[in-house]
Design a protein. Structure first.
Ligand SMILES: [Zn+2]
Length: 560
């Protein structure tokens, strides 16, 4: 059996980022915490004392089972699955990076075709054994429950089947290391006794199920402020929503104000749905989308022969909205002549089709919206003052998305559900980092922009995977403060010192140096292979190409 060597951990350290000025630590897209082992030991001890050893063991095992699952997702993304054992040992490497123990591989057999798995590892200076001995003294049974949870969660998620690890030796029993063995749960003769620590009365085997239940619960909790179209719980949103709800039962004209994309039509539709007119039509017109010469015939209708081309009589939007609600979006764009007619309709409650002598009674509730400052338009003479007063009886300002950041998570959840259905795709959620990037964005295009960004995210994210930053913002989210990462000796250094230097003008520097393209490529490939410690797959990843592409290029150079 060949010895197992860890591949270089550059890729792994690269995932860990310390953004101290933002108060954030990242492992890939997952938010991490650097806490004192002593504090976690204290929590562990109190848990054991308060709920008893059996229950504490279950909780602790499951807690770290969840960590292991997250890291497996990271491993599958980061390392090429062509070299399965290299990809797999990222788990033990992460477990080491996270400070739990030194993990020494003893035996590892993975068969992806049959999902066969056997793994045996030694843990040196396992933190949990030390913590247990410190709290309770030496014991006669294994106690590294969290670490076993991690190993099992990682391997189960990596292999796609329940792989159960157990400790056959533990440092808490007076040995100088712990020894763990993992294999498919059914292959353990005492599987039935072990299984309860992982799935048992409550969670782990049902982890995903549980998450869905929780999401369903959260949905019912936020129900009061939800209509199919409007979602939010921020103070600004609730204020606008309450105003609309109060106006709904009356016939007052409502003027919706707010930046483009804030969802004015959705508010208008909701107002209609909440009003006694909900059974009658809701008709929406975007005044900016119609050419000026057509707008009057669109709104008020036209009688046959009124002008060349008017072959038949046609009802306008007002008549079509009779008994219901007419929504005039971008009302500031109406030409002055149409403004005069609109004012008359509002005052008299009757319309006249173009080219018609008759007047027709209409019963229409008007909701207008604008993203321009109508008062300024009045001052500039492009909007009638009397119409402005008539429309501005009940103004409702819808806040921009950047002023209702706390509404982003529920909006994201609802939009993801919608787009998953629309694109027939199932995702496991959105990463911590992606959610943070969504909250940090300034959203000049408001909810509509968020919708576009999320739809792209749902399309680009891998099936059953997470939406990550790169799926939302092309080129990644802008970094806020300076970030640090671990160098090979384990010290923090400013991230991207190298890349910043490179960004100065790498092509210019190469040209100035008189190096030709081939020699430059050769040097670059050589450096990547060196940095990857001779591991070609890792070198290819550094260069952003596939291993066969790298091999081809290296061969080409050798041939010269
Ligand atoms: Zn142990």
């Amino acid at each position: 059996m060949k010895a197992i060597h860890y591949p270089q951990s550059d890729d792994l350290r690269g995932l860990l980022r310390f953004a101290a000025e933002d108060g954030l630590i990242w492992l890939g897209e997952h938010r991490m915490l650097l806490i004192h082992a002593g504090a976690l030991s204290e929590l562990r001890k109190e848990l054991i004392c308060s709920v008893g050893q059996e229950q504490a063991r279950r909780i602790l095992t499951r807690m770290r089972f969840a960590s292991g699952m997250r890291d497996a997702e990271l491993a599958r993304r980061t390392r090429s699955l062509d070299e399965l054992s290299d990809a797999f040992v990222m788990g033990p490497q992460l477990h080491m990076l996270e400070g739990c123990a030194r993990v020494e591989p003893v035996r590892l057999e993975i068969d992806p075709d049959t999902s066969r798995f056997y793994g045996e590892f030694l843990w040196h200076h396992a933190w949990e054994a030390e913590a247990h001995v410190q709290a309770f003294g030496a014991v006669d049974h294994p106690v590294c429950w969290m670490m076993i949870g991690y190993a099992s969660g990682y391997t189960s998620a990596f292999m796609g089947r329940f792989i159960l690890f157990r400790e056959t030796e533990c440092a808490a029993m007076g040995l100088d290391h712990c020894r763990i063995v993992g294999k498919p749960v059914d292959e353990w003769p005492d599987a039935d006794a072990l299984r309860p620590y992982f799935e048992a009365d409550h969670i782990v085997g049902r982890l995903l199920e549980l998450r869905e239940e929780m999401e369903a619960m959260r949905r019912t909790i936020t129900q009061p402020r939800r209509t199919p179209d409007l979602i939010g719980n921020s103070a600004g949103f609730r204020h606008a929503y309450d105003l609309v709800a109060r106006a709904a039962s009356t016939t007052v004209s409502v003027l919706l104000l707010g930046e483009t994309g804030v969802g004015k039509e959705r508010f208008a539709r909701t107002l209609h749905e909440m009003s006694p007119r909900k059974a009658a039509p809701f008709v929406a017109v975007n005044c900016a989308a119609l050419p000026g010469e057509l707008i009057e015939s669109e709104l008020f209708g036209v009688e046959r022969g009124a002008f060349t081309g008017a072959q038949a009589s046609r009802a306008g939007k007002f008549e079509r909205a009779d008994g219901g609600t007419l929504f005039l979006d971008e009302v500031g764009e109406l030409p002055l002549a149409a403004q005069a007619k609109l004012l008359r309709v509002l005052q008299e409650g009757e319309i006249e089709r173009l080219g018609d002598e008759r007047t027709r009674k209409v019963n229409v509730r008007l909701v207008a919206a604008t993203n321009v400052d109508l008062q300024k338009a009045v001052a500039a003479g492009t909007f009638r003052r009397d119409l402005y007063y008539r429309l501005n009886v009940f103004p409702v300002t819808i806040p921009p998305l950047r002023e209702r950041i706390c509404d982003i998570p529920p909006l994201v959840e609802a939009m993801m559900q919608r787009f998953e259905t629309l694109h027939d795709k199932r995702l496991s959620g959105i990463s911590d980092k992606a959610m943070l990037a969504l909250k940090a964005h300034s959203w000049p295009g408001n909810v509509r922009e968020l919708e576009n960004v999320l739809e792209r995210g749902v399309i680009l994210a891998p099936s059953n995977g997470l939406i990550e930053v790169e799926h939302l913002f092309l080129g990644g989210a802008p970094q806020a403060g300076p970030q640090h990462q671990l160098n090979a000796t384990g010290s923090l250094e400013t991230r991207d010192g190298r890349r910043q230097a490179a960004a100065i003008d790498l092509p210019g520097a190469v040209l100035d140096s008189g190096t030709d393209l081939e020699s430059f490529e050769q040097a670059l490939l050589k450096r990547a292979v060196e940095r990857a410690g001779g591991n070609l797959a890792a070198a290819a990843r550094l260069l952003g190409i596939t291993r066969p592409q790298l091999t081809y290029r290296l061969k080409k150079q050798e041939g010269q």
